[in-house]
Design a protein. Structure first.
Length: 94
């Protein structure tokens, strides 16, 4: 089954594949973060006010209901994965 096209102007290119790629990048950066300061910078980058996750959540209301449901679930999974990765990285450097 293929993912629905969420690349229209309302979603600004936030596709499930794009979120997966962002998670892969985040995961790699977290694994190489040398200290708590670097981990905090990654938290801000991926979950902060100007992050992809927050921007995507703000745009959910502009999408048709079926796309909103799919992208909302994927954004929530992305955020949960990042939060779990942050916790693991903090544990590693402490």
């Amino acid at each position: 089954m293929t993912d629905p096209d969420l690349s229209g102007p309302e979603s600004a290119g936030l596709t499930p594949a794009h979120l997966d790629a962002q998670w892969e990048a985040c995961s790699a950066e977290l694994q190489s973060a040398p200290d708590a300061g670097a981990i905090e910078q990654l938290r801000v980058k991926y979950l902060g006010r100007k992050s992809l996750a927050v921007a995507g959540l703000k745009r959910l209301g502009l999408l048709p209901p079926e796309q909103r449901a799919l992208l909302g679930k994927r954004l929530n999974l992305f955020k949960a994965d990042v939060e779990r990765g942050l916790a693991d990285a903090r544990q590693r450097v402490s």
